[in-house]
Design a protein around this ligand. Structure first.
Ligand SMILES: N[C@@H](CCC(=O)N[C@@H](CS)C(=O)NCC(=O)O)C(=O)O
Length: 225
């Protein structure tokens, strides 16, 4: 079988969103779990920038951004039930706007809040306060509807929630004490759902010559237990 190859890291939020999109689109691939401090040579050969996720397609094309993998999955499969906010002319701009804000200013502040020791110029609480405009925006949307765009989760929720999960886990007690009650509800629903749990199965690091791990087969099996 000539399958796409996905280089991934279980705990990476970018890789999480790509894996969830692949499950939603029902796309099988060969999963290669990466250890970030010891990246496989075969991955660096196709994507020298050295970030995960990376997807190598059977025709040799390389997707080296998580959103590119999501877009590729959207084009390959009819997943309109999940992808519509990114496609509908009335929601497209705000949907991409939220993802850009997540990947830009929010991620910038999240990294500094999470790894405060590496950024001693400011206190962690200062970096945390920089996340508030984005969290406020999400909270407001979630008071109007259960998910960011309506009654059901979409790819926009999928693209953003792994980062909010990471944020919440930096100081759970603080997060629980905030007024972000809708955000907590939303996070808990997505985090405990079968989709997320299907992509969080643990795998040993991949080494050249290992037998193939079938991503989807594995994810679906996980979902069933
Ligand atoms: N813009 C990239 C970012 C991916 C990224 O930064 N991934 C992190 C892990 S969460 C990474 O691979 N970092 C490289 C390293 O730590 O060596 C994407 O959307 O895929």
């Amino acid at each position: 079988m000539n399958l796409p190859i996905l280089y991934s890291f279980r705990r990476c939020p970018y890789a999480m969103r790509a894996r969830m999109a692949l499950v939603i689109a029902n796309i099988e691939c060969e999963l290669r779990e990466v250890v970030l401090r010891d990246k496989p040579v075969s991955m660096l050969e196709v994507s020298p920038k050295g970030t995960v996720p990376v997807m190598l397609l059977p025709d040799g094309e390389v997707l080296e951004e998580s959103m590119d993998i999501i877009h590729w999955a959207m084009e390959r499969a009819n997943i309109r039930r999940w992808s519509w906010p990114l496609q509908d002319p009335t929601t497209r701009a705000p949907a991409y706007g939220l993802i850009e804000e997540n990947d830009g200013p929010f991620k910038f502040a999240l990294d500094r809040y999470k790894y405060a020791g590496r950024y001693p110029e400011q206190d962690a609480s200062v970096y945390r306060s920089l996340t508030e405009p984005f969290l406020d925006k999400l909270e407001l949307r979630l008071t109007h509807s259960p998910y960011l765009f309506g009654n059901d989760p979409s790819l926009v929720d999928i693209a953003i929630f792994p980062f909010i999960r990471q944020f919440a886990r930096v100081d759970m007690e603080w997060f629980e004490s905030t007024s972000y009650s809708e955000l907590r509800r939303w996070l808990s629903e997505l985090e405990t759902g079968s989709l997320f749990n299907s992509i969080m199965r643990k795998h040993d690091a991949w080494h050249s010559g290992d037998s193939v791990t079938y991503f989807l087969e594995d994810a679906v099996e996980q979902e069933a237990v």
